[in-house]
Design a protein around this ligand. Structure first.
Ligand code: NAD
Length: 259
């Protein structure tokens, strides 16, 4: 698939959450396609590893470590990217955390704020920070990693579901606002993907898990994807092959969303 797509040479891609999982697979694929990649992640060691692996394969990558829920980290990420590469041409808002699936009546303020801040507010702040460069050059691509939980109510807890629906809305709003400015924003809504996301998740609430079980089991029965299968969709969206796609929310779930 990669070889038949237009390359990403001359483009700089900032990929959040690229120390592992979908983000790491996306960073590798984009670097293979010729992009200079900025690997942004809370996990400094993992971010360095992704950047080192890309370097060994002959690609160009810069690791920037930090917690993106801190606006100062977003400012530093954009400054380091601009300083090294001149600006962001492609942004993949991928970093995310799941919630505890606690039933809505018992969700704490802390959980709501943490999940919404990492999964929705941080992508907005980072997007806002890279838009001036994209607007100035009248070209830019934003790929948001949503979730099946951005399409339906039963694929996550309320904070995760609300944040992922928020990312879907943000994607459409960006597409509507900048459709004439050469900037495209699209989102991918993955079903279950084999990554380490549950290792870093809050402990799952048993009552909430049981409430969601029928929907989640349906997704798992349909199939658990590999990170590379989501990365390849991001690679397509980032390329000029997708230059007429704007505001699209693409399920990448083996057909779960079609049921
Ligand atoms: N794995 C799945 O089943 C699945 C399904 C649908 C959507 N998604 C979405 O895919 C995206 C990537 O998840 P993944 O499955 O690859 O998981 P992952 O845990 O392997 O990767 C997420 C990365 O985000 C980073 N991160 C988390 N919080 C951060 C913060 N505050 N600042 C900076 N970096 C932070 C983590 O360190 C990690 O490297 C997430 O947005 C997730 O919601 C995953």
């Amino acid at each position: 698939m990669t070889s038949s797509l237009p390359g990403l040479e001359g483009r700089t891609a900032v990929i959040t959450g690229a120390a592992s999982g979908i983000g790491r697979a996306t960073a590798r694929l984009f670097a293979d396609a010729g992009a200079a990649v900025v690997v942004a992640d809370l996990n400094a060691e993992g971010a360095e590893q992704t950047a080192t692996d890309i370097g060994k394969q002959g690609g160009t990558a810069l690791a920037v470590a930090g917690d993106l829920s801190d606006p100062a980290v977003i400012t530093r990420l954009v400054a380091e990217t601009n300083g090294r590469f001149g600006g962001t041409d492609i942004l993949v808002n991928n970093a995310g955390v799941t919630d505890s699936k606690t039933p809505p009546a018992r969700v704490s303020d802390q959980e709501w704020e943490r999940v919404v801040r990492i999964n929705l507010t941080a992508p907005f702040l980072l997007t806002r920070a890279v838009l001036p460069h994209m607007l100035q050059q009248q070209h830019g691509v934003i790929v948001n990693i949503a979730s099946e939980a951005g399409l339906r109510g039963g694929a996550g807890g309320i904070a995760y579901t609300a944040a992922k629906h928020g990312i879907v809305g943000m994607t459409k709003s960006l597409a509507a606002a900048y459709r004439l400015a050469g900037i495209r924003a699209n989102a991918i809504a993955p079903g279950p993907v084999r990554t380490g996301i549950s290792a870093t998740a809050a402990p799952v609430d048993p009552e909430g898990r049981d409430l969601l079980a029928p929907v989640l089991e349906m997704g798992i029965t349909i199939g658990v994807a590999e990170a590379e299968q989501i990365a390849s969709v991001a690679r397509f969206l980032a390329s000029d092959a997708a230059d007429n796609l704007n505001g699209a929310i693409i399920p990448a779930d083996g057909g779960w969303a079609a049921l």
